[in-house]
Design a protein around this ligand. Structure first.
Ligand SMILES: [Zn+2]
Length: 281
């Protein structure tokens, strides 16, 4: 595991024993969490707190050099790690925050309802707005700086999906039957524009990371599939060196496209990209 782990050798050893691997996982299932809590004599939240430096080791932050780790915990006591990701070029808006990374990681693994979010720094206002898109935001507990908060305490008098008439805020992505590329685009959470978009990173014929589009009622903390894809690559211990091509799949009637964004990145990273439209079926 990474160089960050030397500070907590008992955790590192326990993880290696439970996972039978030296590679840091980007999630722990219920059984793994339970066994680790037994070995380390701690509860799930204490385990998540101890794992934050590991989550932060997935961070790619060439602009801020500020490495943030976040861990989302679901009802089944599964843990999903996340870390911030910053594009090396372009404006500061080309960044994904650790909380967003952990939440997408949970959603992409079809997590149960999230109960806790544990972070190694206070969540910024942008992330608080993003978290407020979750269907169960009112029940979520957020822990940072050795303090736990009920999420509504962190965003009083909030503007939320209800204000724009959204009946089904962000909960599960519809991925249970996803097999073809358009299925992953259709799993996008886009109640404000209905835009469906998914990105894939390929190594040969193999998809090594994927992402889809997630919107926010405030519009600005919406998640670009590109940044989510790059975050997913790092959480899988992969880098651009592993990527042979990018693919973007969009519904033909989308009101806007992520083609230019991916094209810029593909040119910058000197990787080919393929753009597909799929029809309504
Ligand atoms: Zn943030």
């Amino acid at each position: 595991m990474s160089e960050n782990t030397h500070a907590d050798l008992s955790l590192t050893n326990a993880l290696q024993t439970v996972l039978a691997s030296k590679q840091l996982p980007n999630m722990l299932n219920s059984q793994q969490t339970k066994t680790l809590c037994n070995i380390l004599s701690c509860n799930v939240i204490e385990l998540a707190e101890r794992m934050l430096p590991l989550a932060a080791s997935f961070s790619f932050a060439p602009k801020s050099n500020f490495h943030v780790g976040a861990i989302a915990v679901d009802k089944q006591q599964q843990l999903f790690l996340g870390a911030n990701y910053e594009l090396e070029y372009g404006p500061l808006t080309g960044s994904l925050h650790a909380e967003q990374s952990a939440i997408f990681n949970a959603l992409s693994h079809q997590a149960d309802e999230l109960t806790d979010l544990v972070i190694n720094a206070a969540p910024c206002g942008y992330c608080r707005q993003f978290i407020n898109e979750l269907a169960n935001a009112a029940q979520l507990k957020v822990r940072f700086n050795q303090q736990s908060y009920d999420f509504p305490q962190l965003l009083p008098q909030s503007f939320g999906p209800n204000d724009l008439g959204v009946q089904a805020p962000l909960a599960k992505l519809k991925l249970d039957k996803a097999s073809q590329a358009p299925d992953f685009a259709k799993a996008s959470y886009a109640p404000y524009t209905q835009v469906q978009s998914a990105m894939f990173a390929y190594q040969g014929d193999k998809v090594i990371a994927w992402s889809c589009y997630l919107e926010n009622v405030a519009f600005n903390p919406s998640l670009s599939p590109l940044l989510t894809l790059l975050s997913q690559l790092t959480l899988n211990h992969l880098s651009l060196n592993n990527v042979e091509r990018f693919e973007l799949w969009e519904h033909k009637d989308n009101r806007f496209s992520f083609k230019q964004e991916l094209q810029n990145f593909a040119e910058h990273s000197q990787k080919p990209m393929v753009h597909h439209y799929y029809p309504s079926t």
